[in-house]
Design a protein around this ligand. Sequence first.
Ligand SMILES: [Zn+2]
Ligand SMILES: [Zn+2]
Length: 111
Amino acid sequence: MKHFSKNDQGFTCIVCGAQVEPLGYSSRDHCPKCLHSLHIDINPGDRLNTCLGILKPISITTNSKKGYIINYRCDKCGKLHNNRAATDDKQSLIFALMNGTYDETLKKMLH
Ligand SMILES: [Zn+2]
Ligand SMILES: [Zn+2]
């Protein structure tokens, strides 16, 4: 059984440098500007993972109940991870992930 701990905190994104505000309605688990996340949870919100690698978004799946799900692979340990997309996520990057142009879209955005 998965335990969900609410742990909604702001952070500074180590990939794009954005100051990320707490989400408010759920745990903020990824950067809304570049969609990257950190491998800090074992179960959502628990912050118990000692890996601390960068979770890189690799694809999007849609769930009729939950909406967009961002699929991640950890840069450090290679584990796969999912996060639900937040309402303020950058839509153009969600679409870029869907059509396979995420890397070049992000590059353009950061430079
Ligand atoms: Zn970011
Ligand atoms: Zn990891």
